[in-house]
Design a protein around this ligand. Structure first.
Ligand code: SF4
Length: 354
């Protein structure tokens, strides 16, 4: 394992027992995060990205959840270790920030009390030391007059300030990996930009790996080093941020980008159609029911194997072969694979290895 690899997730599968049968939220997903880099998991609501990240530290309730696969953090498998051992890592070496700070905070206690409590859970420090550290953390995340605001209650903070407090609480253990799940979704655009800038600065200062979950590719463009695109519990595409924005290969990624006017997208109101029922996903490619390039070969067997189309960029789509032009599915040379129900296509991409 390379020395800078912090997290390595292999074949992660998370299911839930429900009254309607087994729901598979995450289905055989792989990804990794290196020290000091930001990996964004992106996809629509229901794609499985949140469940995947919550499975890493097993904060999914089991039962009804069941988590399988391997999650190696600094070489140790988090899914195989006893809960007592994992508790030392969770909130300490690996910290989470969630979407809604309003719900994550206790409104009966002062903000300072909540940060010091988090500190004293993880560190053997006196009340005075905890207070000094809490004020320092509040200061570092940009809470003005931190010392004076220590005794304020959450309702006395704005939404952006509350998220800064949540970030301060996440930093109490000096984490090596920060998992941030839609941390800016509830904030207005200006505050969102401030929080993203803050996370960027803190990542450098703390030399953390960041696993960032979002449905917003505009946010991804700001912060990602690498991107993992998820759909219906599967990885559709992965690659460096420039690969994904310059030459997105998977039709789903292309359609996500088409929803971004700031990147020239013209789709209004999101991608047409809905995600498949996770109790009964379709055979073949999960995206087939919404894909304009779908044909018979897409609708049989398993999700297509990921194919590397450029260094580090891999795509799960029947239309690709190794090293193939990552834009082939959307350019005029698109050629169907063939089979029942094949989409119409003209011209021909050279596919000598077919
Ligand atoms: S495998 Fe078929 S359905 Fe899936 S993205 Fe590719 S073309 Fe579309």
């Amino acid at each position: 394992m390379p020395s800078d690899q912090l997290l390595e997730v292999e074949d992660l599968t998370t299911t839930f027992g429900t009254d309607d049968g087994t729901l598979t939220a995450v289905d055989g997903v792989d990804f990794d995060v290196d020290t000091g880099e930001t990996v964004c998991i992106v996809g629509e609501s229901g794609s499985g990205k949140t469940v995947a990240t919550e499975s890493i530290t097993r904060i999914i309730k089991t039962p009804p959840g069941e988590i399988e696969g391997t999650v190696r953090y600094k070489g140790r498998d988090l899914l195989a270790m006893p809960e007592s051992e994992l508790r030392d890592i969770r909130g300490n070496e690996i910290a989470h920030i969630f979407q809604n700070p309003q719900e994550a905070m206790n409104h009966c206690y002062t903000v300072g009390w909540q940060i010091t409590e988090a500190l004293q859970i993880h560190q053997d420090v006196s009340d005075e030391e905890a207070r000094a550290k809490a004020v320092d953390l509040m200061d570092r995340v940009g809470i003005a007059n931190a010392s004076a605001r220590f005794d304020d209650y959450p309702h006395e903070f704005s939404g952006g300030q509350k998220q800064r407090v949540m970030i301060a609480m996440a930093l109490v253990g000096d984490p090596d990996l920060l998992i941030a799940d839609e941390p800016t979704t509830a904030l207005d655009v200006t505050v969102q930009a401030q929080i993203l800038r803050l996370l960027d600065e803190l990542q450098e200062e703390f030399d953390m790996g960041v696993l960032f979950v979002t449905h917003d590719l505009g946010v991804v463009a700001e912060i990602a080093d690498r991107i993992v695109v998820m759909y219906a519990g599967k990885v559709m595409e992965r690659g460096g941020v420039l690969d994904i924005f310059d030459h997105p290969a998977h039709p789903y990624t292309q359609q996500l980008l088409e929803c971004l006017p700031e990147f020239g997208g013209t789709t209004v109101g999101g991608i047409p159609g809905t995600l498949p029922d996770p109790h009964d996903p379709p055979d073949g490619c999960r995206f087939a029911p919404r894909c304009e390039y779908a044909e018979g070969a897409c609708r049989a067997g398993e999700q297509p194997e990921e194919i590397e189309v450029s260094p580090g960029q891999r795509v799960s789509c029947v239309h690709y072969r190794p090293g193939m032009d990552p834009s082939v599915v959307r350019n005029d040379n698109f050629e169907p694979v063939g089979g029942d129900g094949a989409a119409d296509g003209e011209g021909g991409v050279s596919r000598a290895d077919d």
